[in-house]
Design a protein around this ligand. Structure first.
Ligand code: BTN
Length: 252
């Protein structure tokens, strides 16, 4: 699809005790193009963690994983369609490698387990680093030890609650996530979204369910994604395509 990977040869890891948002920290540490180093930031807590659609992301100290990566691509933003779904697949696969079973994906890229949200991903497009080189910040929030949380506005889960028989180590999880994300992003940059469609779809929690769109403007049965990562909803005979960012979907 014309995206060229930017040699992701090593990571430059910054571990902070506290930060406003690890995504914001990556933006402040704008990488030098071509250095081949992927800036990665992990914090023990965030004072202004941000989620999708302008929502806050609860980030209590010492409990969860708050991790962001700065990813550069040769190409244009238009070529990055599908990247957020690719990241969802990468996080799901990393968790499965760690022995977690029945990991689900809620379009576009929420990670679910046992019917509630375990992790969220925030992709923020930064702009052109130089002519033809675009930068994206990918932030992952994974609930690890959290058992109680104030003001989370949706049903949530954590590894400690979903898999209580295991002792969870945040640094091991961080290493698994970073490796899986970098592998997936290189594959995406070299080969496009094609190889991810089936990997995303096999974990789709909406498939075959009666869905309704956020504003109630659309209802139908979930039918998975197309080649670009748009969600497909069957409304009678008609197959309606929903683009990420346009609308949010929930089970009716
Ligand atoms: C969502 O709304 O589901 C996305 C949540 C993303 C949260 C992570 S935590 C690490 C990174 N820093 C942030 O401020 N947000 C992301």
């Amino acid at each position: 699809q014309g995206l060229e990977p930017q040699r992701r040869s090593a990571v430059e890891l910054v571990v902070l005790d506290e930060v406003d948002s690890t995504n914001a920290e990556i933006v402040r540490r704008r990488p030098e193009s071509g250095a081949g180093l992927v800036p990665v930031c992990i914090a023990d807590c965030q004072t202004a963690g941000r989620g999708r659609r302008g929502r806050p992301w609860q980030s209590p100290r010492g409990q969860n994983l708050y991790l962001s990566l700065g990813l550069t691509f040769r190409g244009s933003f238009a070529m990055l369609d599908g990247l957020s779904l690719v990241l969802g697949v990468a996080v799901a696969e990393a968790l499965e490698q760690q022995g977690v079973v029945d990991v689900g994906l809620k379009w576009p890229n929420d990670i679910f387990i046992g019917g509630s949200k375990l992790a969220g991903i925030l992709v923020e497009l930064q702009g052109e680093l130089e002519e033809g080189v675009v930068q994206v910040v990918a932030g992952i929030g994974l609930n690890v030890h959290m058992k109680e949380a104030a003001a989370v506005d949706q049903s949530w889960n954590s590894l400690a609650m979903a898999v209580p028989e295991r002792r969870w180590c945040r640094s091991e999880l961080a290493a698994a996530l970073i490796n899986s994300v970098l592998r997936a992003v290189d594959e995406f940059a070299e080969q496009g979204f094609g190889g991810f469609r089936a990997r995303w779809q096999s974990r789709d929690i909406f498939s075959g369910k009666a869905l309704v769109a956020s504003q109630g403007t659309l209802a139908g049965i979930g039918r998975g994604i197309d080649d670009s990562g748009n969600y497909l909803i069957a409304d009678g005979e008609e197959l309606v395509k929903v683009r990420a960012g346009e609308i949010s979907l929930r089970v009716q």
